[in-house]
Design a binder for this molecule. Structure first.
Ligand code: RIB
Ligand code: CA
Length: 313
């Protein structure tokens, strides 16, 4: 077996972040060097605690968790308690974490880790606002050529936005950070709403996870039943879109996804379209194709992979 792929997960848990972290921790193909947390769905004091709760739920209290940016680069923090609940992990009653939060700042960890590894060794997996990633790139531009890939959940185009008519939450919260990442010249894979809205947590899929009959399976079913209610009411669908695990599933089985290399540019000036990701899907401009943008998913295959890996925890 080839060496496990080294990744850093940057996250704002968030129920869907939780499932993404658990998918990664249940997959031996991945070596999670650390989990860096950022303000997003809920404030940083909660996202860092939630990340530790999730590691303990997985029985992986040795994973290093770091706290990062407490607010976006420029804009005022916008959170999403209406979706994720007051704690950010509403649904199951998860114990207060006992594992420690690392003392090093998340941005220092990202920079130090990349500088300590060779080129093309470490993959960054942002699941929330891109503040930590932008701060790391601005702090130490020499990390850019050392990053193997950034595989991120964020943005949207054909599907529109989920926090404004044009913007997806992660990009909307910190559009200036997204601009830094999009311009950094790092190989990007983007999981926008256009693909994550095709990965719905239907009743049958949640039942398969609950039927695992494990502590992790039961907690995930409760996380998803809480998380999906907002989008079910909004979109009238059976289940809600499971955004963040698409990032980890891509690392494990890229063949589950279909997309194309496009230019992606983010709006940082207009209040009307702030945070909009303008995706040149039909290549009508000469702008550089700076991202591999996913638009389709084998959703049955995705949930089979997710459920099988959760069963290992
Ligand atoms: O718009 C969906 C994204 O915003 C997901 O990452 C979810 O966790 C929230 O952070
Ligand atoms: Ca997230």
């Amino acid at each position: 077996m080839t060496a496990a792929r080294k990744i850093i997960i940057d996250t704002d848990p968030g129920q869907d972040d939780a499932l993404a972290i658990l998918l990664a921790l249940g997959s031996p193909e991945l070596d999670v060097l650390g989990i860096t947390t950022v303000a997003g769905n809920v404030p940083l004091a909660l996202t860092e605690k939630n990340a530790r709760k999730i590691c303990e739920l997985a029985g992986k209290s040795d994973i290093r968790v770091f706290a990062g940016a407490i607010r976006p680069l420029v804009r005022t923090l916008v959170t999403a308690e209406h979706v994720h609940g007051r704690t950010g992990l509403d649904g199951p009653d998860l114990a207060e974490p006992e594992m420690p939060l690392q003392k090093e700042h998340a941005v220092d960890f990202i920079v130090d880790t990349l500088m300590a590894h060779g080129e093309n060794e470490v993959t960054l997996c942002p699941l929330g606002p891109l503040t930590n990633i932008a701060l790391a790139l601005n702090r130490e531009p020499r990390i850019a050529p050392r990053i193997r890939q950034i595989v991120l959940m964020g943005g949207g185009f054909f599907e529109g936005g989920n926090v404004t008519p044009t913007a997806e939450f992660n990009i909307y919260v910190d559009p200036h950070a997204a601009d830094v990442v999009l311009r950094a010249g790092v190989p990007l894979v983007m999981m926008p709403l256009d693909v994550t809205h095709k990965a719905l947590t239907t009743r049958a899929r949640i039942a398969s996870i609950r039927d695992l009959g494990t502590k992790v399976g039961n907690a995930c079913a409760e996380l998803l039943e809480f998380f999906e209610r907002f989008d079910e009411e909004k979109y009238g669908t059976d289940g809600g879109p499971l955004h963040d695990p698409c990032v980890i599933a891509y690392l494990l089985k890229p063949e589950l996804f279909k997309g194309r290399a496009c230019n992606v540019t983010v709006e940082t000036g207009s209040e009307l379209t702030m945070g909009m990701t303008v995706i040149d899907w039909w290549h009508v401009t000469e702008r550089p194709k700076n991202a591999l943008v996913m638009r389709d998913i084998d959703d049955d295959g995705f949930f089979e992979l997710l459920t099988e890996r959760l069963a290992r925890l």
